[in-house]
Structures are given as C-alpha cells and as structure tokens.
Design a protein around this ligand. Structure first.
Ligand SMILES: *Cc1c(COP(=O)(O)O)cnc(C)c1O
Length: 460
C-alpha cells in the first residue's frame, strides 16, 4: 500500500538532493504565484496520494530555497547530513511518540544515548539533563524555566505552584548583543523583556565581564545571567570563564546560549573560546545549525536535573511513568507528544564520529577565513569582525563613500549563485556570511566570493 507512493517520493526527494548544488540557491516564485499553484478549494473527496505528492512537489518546487546546499550563507543555516536525512525519514515512517518510555522504548533509548553523546562531544557535565526541543528558542525557554524554578526555590518560593504573583523579584541580566530569542524566552516565562538588565558589549559583541560585575553588585535577590557562545553576527564568544567567576561570586544562575557556538567544543583548534562554559548551569544548543540535521532540532541542557524536571514535567493518572532507570522524554521538554527528534542527532553523530564532527566545524571556520580574505580584498569592502568562527560581517562602500551594502546584498540574493543576508552592525547595514553547512567546499567559497565581487562591481 505504501510502496509505489514512497518509491515515487524517494525519487523526487533524491532528484532534489542530487541537484542541490547546481540549482539556483534562491527561490524563483513569488508568494502569490505559490498560493495560486498550491491553493484552491478543498477537494470534495479523496484524491490519489500519488497525485497529491506530485502536485505538491511541482507547485512548491519554484519556491524552494537551496538552504541545505553548499552556497547558502544566510542566518546560521546548516544543511542535512545523509545519515540524518535518512534517520529523519525513519522518524516519520516509524511515527513513534517520544513522550514516554512506554510509548516507545526505542525512542527513549535513542534519546538517552544521543543526550550522552552531546554532553561528551560538547564537554558539558555528564550528569546534566537534556531535552530535545524544536530549536534554540525553545531551548532558551526551557532553560530559563528551569533557572526560574531553581533561583526562586533557593529564595523559598515555589514558582511551579504559585507562579510569579507575589514571588520575590527575579532579575535577568544579559549582554547587549544577546540573541533576540533570549528576550522572547523571558516574555514566555513571565519575566518580561524590557526588565532585562543589559550589560555593555565590546566591538565584537562580547559581554564585558567587568560591566557584568558592576551590574550584579547593584542587584539583590534571585538572578539569572544569560551569556552567549557565538554571536549571531560576529561569531564572537562572551568571556565565559570570567563571567562564571562573577556569577559564582553572586550565586546567580548562569545560562549560556550556544546555539551554534557550543559546537566549537568539538574542534581542537576552536574549543579554547569555550573555556569556562562547563561551569554554567544551563546551555542552549541547536542541532539544525552546525550538527547539520534537518529542521527542527534543538537541545536544552541543564546542570540541575531536578530543576529541569520540576519546570517541565507533567503528571496525570493515565501517564504511565518509566522506571527510574528509563527515560521519559517529556520530563525535559515543554511538549508532551513529540516526534523522534533525537533520531537524526544519533545518526549524524554516529556517521561523523568525533573526528568527522571536528572536521565539519573546522572546515566551516576555514571557509569563513577564506571568504573574509577574498571579499575583504575587494576595494571598498571591509570585514568588520574578527573572524574567530564561521561568521563574516562585511560592509561595502561605493567610490563616492556611500554604504551600498543593501544594494550588493539584493544582487547577491537574486544571483542564484549564493545567498547571504543582512544585519545592522554599529548602526549601519552589513552583510552576514555564515558558513555552517557540511557540503561547502573551498571551490564553493571561491565561486561565491566571485559572485559577491561581481555584485559589488555592478553597484560600485
Ligand atoms: C539561531 C540562534 C537562536 C535561535 O535559534 P532557533 O533554532 O531559530 O530557535 C538563539 N540563539 C542563538 C545564539 C542563535 O544563533
């Protein structure tokens, strides 16, 4: 019953993957065209699934972005390793619910193993708990909920029972260049975004540890400090050891948002940026960025499993709970029913091995260095950041001295050769180039640098 349909789908999927490095990187269709192709009235009755899939693929095709290909440098976007894609297919095929051990002993065991591997590879405490969530935003929410639980518990307050109404005042401190999702996480856990105490950052976007010490000296009561490993624009790391010294003195909870930066721990040449990271209380990691697993996948890691479980766990008479040596995945995540999100993580790590992961991280970093050298050598272009990881920030100035970065970016984005996004850095437009995909070769970097150079020539 499934065979012809899945074979056909396999052929369509393979055709996409086999041509991903030659198809235009950008989408060609407008939103309106896609709506026209995909929309229309709901069919009155059943349709042949094969026709449904054929129509879906034909209609969606011009709106697809080759973000899993080798020359997509927007946001921080990893591709998908072959083993991870295959495992992701199995997650759908098996259709297991990873909420409880009793629902799927296999998913429970795979999560447990993948969690241990993540802690090992990223040099985090082996006793930490790991929740498999949709991405770094939900990992930040999960970690901040665990943090909120623990710092208020120490202040004698049960936030899970009574919420924040009447609770001791809790202060969140974050660097001025913290990721936007820290603000949304604070909103979601009832702490508010405007109440975050902002600590000055340096020219690379790193929180200043001295300014953090001054800020904490003025704060009484339960405190959560959000540091960052890997600034989304510059790739820079907050000085984590100095920050851990300060938070330790103030008994504040230290959270490290290392959505992509924590993967540097896998690389012998880059892991020194993470010195002190293991002293934090919680961490955020993305799988769909640098581990190169398909969307969506993130991990919330907490050094205090009791706080993590207290913040996330649910109980009900019908929820048959695992024996103590088994794992119920929903203890560590905001959701109960979930797909087998750890499956592609398991497959990615198993297929890469320690050396393969180190190599993936280092190749991306070397690609960024190569890109910075090539683009930075264009007259009128300036690399704005210290290229310490996989991120390059560039500004393009015309012969007349005008910042023409937005016009260069538009040409690059419609070139189909590569794709890079924009940001504002030091108050001015800049192009962000993020190299996070396993397929990117030095040739891809060279071809992309040429395309960026041609775009700049055209507007300069
Ligand atoms: C990408 C990123 C996020 C948000 O990640 P999602 O997976 O898109 O939710 C949070 N923090 C940092 C530092 C990031 O780079």
């Amino acid at each position: 019953m499934y065979e012809p349909l899945l074979s056909r789908t396999h052929d369509l999927a393979s055709a996409f993957l086999e041509t991903i490095d030659t198809r235009p990187v950008n989408a060609r269709a407008t939103f309106a065209t896609l709506l026209a192709a995909l929309g229309g009235p709901i069919p009155d009755g059943p349709q042949d699934p094969m026709m449904v899939i054929d129509h879906l693929v034909r209609s969606a095709e011009p709106g697809l972005v080759a973000s899993a290909g080798p020359r997509y440098f927007g946001f921080v976007t990893g591709g998908s390793l072959p083993a991870a894609v295959a495992a992701e297919w199995l997650a759908s095929t098996w259709d297991q619910n990873a909420a409880l051990h009793v629902l799927s002993p296999a998913m429970s065991a795979i999560e447990e193993v993948a969690a241990g591997w993540i802690l090992d590879l990223l040099r985090l405490p082996p006793t930490a708990s790991v929740g498999f969530v949709t991405g770094a935003t939900m990992a930040n929410v999960t970690a901040l909920a665990a943090a909120r639980h623990e710092v208020l518990r120490r202040a004698g307050w049960d936030v899970e029972a009574f919420g924040l109404q009447g609770a001791p005042r809790l202060t969140v401190v974050a660097g001025a260049e913290a990721h936007a999702s820290i603000r949304s996480a604070c909103r979601l856990v009832g702490l508010g975004a405007s109440t975050i105490v902002s600590v000055a950052a340096d020219s690379q976007g790193r929180m200043r540890a001295g300014s953090l010490a001054e800020a904490l000296a003025r704060i009484d009561g339960p405190t959560i400090v959000c540091a960052q490993a890997g600034n989304v624009n510059t790739g820079a790391f907050d000085p984590l050891a100095a920050i851990a010294d300060v938070t330790g003195r103030h008994a504040a909870w230290l959270h490290v948002d290392g959505a992509f930066g924590l993967w540097a721990a896998a690389s012998p040449s880059r892991r020194h940026w993470l010195d002190g990271a293991d002293r934090a209380d919680s961490w955020t990691i993305d799988g769909h960025k640098w581990l190169n697993v398909p969307y969506d996948c993130g991990m919330a890691v907490v050094a205090h499993p009791a706080a993590h479980r207290a913040a996330m766990g649910q109980t009900a008479a019908y929820l048959i709970r695992a024996a103590s040596e088994e794992r119920d995945g929903m203890d560590w995540t905001p959701e109960a029913s979930r797909r087998g999100r750890a499956l592609p993580v398991y497959a990615a790590i198993a297929s890469l091995g320690r050396r393969g992961l180190a190599d993936l991280v280092e190749r991306c970093c070397e690609g960024a260095t190569q890109m910075a050298a090539r683009v930075g050598a264009l007259p009128g272009a300036r690399v704005l950041n210290d290229v310490v990881l996989n991120q390059v920030l560039v500004r393009f100035t015309s012969r007349g001295g005008v910042n023409v970065t937005p016009a260069v970016m538009e040409r690059v984005q419609t070139s189909g050769v590569c794709w890079a996004g924009g940001t504002s850095w030091a108050g001015e437009p800049a192009m962000r180039i993020s190299i996070s995909g396993w397929r990117t070769t030095p040739e891809d970097v060279a071809a992309s640098a040429d395309a960026i150079g041609a775009a700049f020539d055209a507007v300069r």
